[in-house]
Design a protein around this ligand. Structure first.
Ligand SMILES: Cc1cc2nc3c(=O)[nH]c(=O)nc-3n(C[C@H](O)[C@H](O)[C@H](O)COP(=O)(O)OP(=O)(O)OC[C@H]3O[C@@H](n4cnc5c(N)ncnc54)[C@H](O)[C@@H]3O)c2cc1C
Length: 551
């Protein structure tokens, strides 16, 4: 992906569809549209997947909780949503096997009745999923459960094991955008839509601003698609101020704990919190993510950061399930996202077959893709591009169901051994490259031949290579240190301190590619490190804040 070339095309060409927002919804829609032969633009005011889509729980699931609700309330529509989720789970896992994989989850229970209830529910869940590559769940006795997760409380009666999917969300969205780019779309990050020019109410062009240079320009498209997730109302009202608000933003946070918290490759599902929700504790790299909360969120101009009362709530929720509970000092980082929930749907929610909606505003000619979840991003994209096809008078079917994303085709994890023998890189580095770039890992490995510095690790404790920063700038449109450390690698999510200490090195590597002066480098380092310190401050983690300030 080449940002400069794509920006030139955006200024010069008229596209069929301009997609605003490059999270799961927008990047998915761009790929679907580009594969159907449309001329497509995909832009985002921040990084690709810089918002909600990089801050999810990272589960690909039909929704065990939704199934319970569907049965309790005889809600056929919810049952269909579970079925769609489970069908899409298979597709998400298959199309990018380097970025998504099956995940075993344990649900500890405290009585035989509870165990039976959950086993029946999960058996039904597996039945709805039908034949796919995921193993089926089963009820484990206490000894079996402790073998799988020794950190569980001995007070439990037993545990129910089942499987769902887990994905590296930010890299998955990046792979979608990258695949769209390779299918002909013009993709650019850090381009904000600031207004529309309309003729008789209908949008003709969008005013865009390059957030890196401040330059403004127009984007011409036959149709504009609003895929801005929690921010969708701002674009809808910009297009037509008479529209009602449709999004109820809801904040969800995760805390990050050491991997030893679970001592397991399994995740844990806490089936019922005090406020009647589910919470997950999920292994991710060398950490465990625990979340999430669910609170109304109004200040959309502010990043949804972790706050002290949320740490207390999540630790309290975890406490009854573990033999030894972590405390506040164990919290190493945290992250929050904003769910794009739909409200006041004109259709009765019970009759909605999906938890997303494609809205067409005939007055402005704006199409908005509202709501949804990561798991069903492909279905959402298919629905919205079907609608775009009707409006553009062109019919072509979606082909995304069987389309491998960049890095996913003919992926074999074992190929790390070939990389090792061909490029002489350490085993942990080769395994990390395979899991991060899929079959594009060799392109990264090849860069190590450009100079001995490229083949060096960024730091001894991580399998990250200097060459990766070059690759991420050249091929994956990384333009800021946070793009590298939070999204292309996932270090910011799991370790603020390490991210802060590696920032100067990352900036130095980026500077050689992007031609940054010493002054620019200093600004980039200071601004990212102070952002990380502000996260620790707002979370009330003073010990972390002091260490970050020292970094
Ligand atoms: C805490 C949490 C946990 C979740 N866990 C799961 C899970 O485990 N599984 C699951 O399936 N789903 C999960 N979800 C839901 C899922 O993450 C979201 O539904 C999905 O990521 C939303 O994607 P999106 O593309 O619609 O929005 P976003 O990812 O927020 O993308 C919208 C984009 O629009 C851009 N934008 C906004 N305004 C403009 C503008 N004016 N110009 C240009 N660009 C603009 C933003 O920069 C942003 O990148 C979770 C959500 C949350 C909050």
């Amino acid at each position: 992906m080449n940002r400069e070339q794509n920006l030139k095309r955006l200024r010069e060409e008229t596209v069929d569809i301009c997609i605003i927002g490059a999270g799961a919804s927008g990047a998915g829609a761009a790929l679907d549209a580009a594969l159907r032969g449309y001329r497509v633009a995909l832009i985002d005011r921040g990084d690709i997947s810089g918002e909600t889509s990089s801050r999810s729980t990272k589960l690909i699931h039909g929704g065990v909780r939704y199934l319970e609700q569907a049965i309790k309330k005889f809600d056929l529509a919810q049952l269909k949503q579970v079925r769609h989720g489970l069908a899409e789970r298979r597709t998400v896992l298959r199309n990018a096997p380097h970025l998504a994989h099956p995940l075993p989850l344990l649900t500890p229970v405290f009585s035989a009745i509870e165990g039976l209830y959950i086993t029946i529910g999960l058996t039904l869940y597996d039945l709805i999923a039908g034949q796919d590559s995921l193993p089926k769940g089963r009820w484990l006795n206490k000894a079996q459960a402790l073998l799988k997760m020794p950190s569980l409380t001995p007070r439990m009666h037993s545990a129910v094991l089942y499987y769902d999917g887990q994905l590296n969300d930010a890299r998955y969205a990046l792979a979608l955008a990258h695949s769209a780019d390779e299918a002909g779309a013009s993709v650019a990050n850090y381009v904000a839509i600031t207004g529309f020019e309309r003729h008789n109410g209908r949008i003709e062009t969008a005013m865009a601003r390059d957030e890196l240079t401040g330059e403004t320009f127009s984007i011409r498209a036959r149709l504009f698609l609003n895929c801005t997730g929690p921010y969708a109302d701002a674009i809808r009202l910009m297009a037509n101020p008479e529209l009602e608000q449709r999004i109820r933003p809801s904040k969800g946070v995760h805390i990050v704990l050491p991997r030893e918290t679970l001592q397991s490759d399994c995740a844990m599902l806490i089936p019922k919190t005090d406020d009647g929700r589910v919470v997950f504790a999920i292994p991710f790299g060398d950490k465990v993510f625990v979340g999430t909360t669910d609170d109304d969120y109004t200040d959309l101009n502010r990043e949804p950061v972790l706050e002290p009362q949320e740490i207390t709530y999540l630790l309290d929720t975890l406490r009854p399930y573990l033999a030894k509970t972590p405390d506040k000092a164990d919290v190493q980082a945290g992250f929050g996202g904003i769910r794009p929930l739909i409200v006041s749907s004109r259709a009765d929610t019970k009759t909605l077959l999906r938890d997303h909606e494609v809205e067409y505003d005939a007055k402005s000619n704006l199409v908005s893709l509202l709501g949804g979840k990561w798991t069903t991003y492909r279905l959402m994209a298919q629905d919205v591009i079907d609608r775009a096809g009707e409006l553009l008078g062109k019919s072509a079917s979606s082909t995304t169901e069987n389309h491998y994303l960049v890095g996913g085709e003919q992926y074999r994890f074992e190929d790390w051994q070939k990389l090792q023998s061909q490029y002489g890189l350490p085993a942990d580095v080769c395994q990390h490259l395979m899991k991060t770039y899929g079959n594009r890992a060799e392109r990264v490995a090849k860069l190590t031949q450009e100079g001995p510095h490229f083949a060096q690790k960024l730091t001894d404790s991580l399998p990250f290579l200097n060459a990766e920063v070059m690759y991420q700038v050249r091929e994956e449109m990384a333009v800021r240190p946070r793009d590298v450390l939070a999204r292309r690698w996932r270090l910011e999510l799991s370790d603020w301190q390490l991210s802060a200490s590696l920032t100067p090195k990352v900036v130095e590597l980026m500077a050689t590619e992007l031609g940054w002066t010493d002054t620019v480098c200093g600004e980039q380092i200071a601004s990212y490190q102070s952002l990380l310190a502000s996260f620790a401050y707002q979370a009330g983690l003073s010990n972390r804040q002091e260490k970050l300030a020292r970094a």
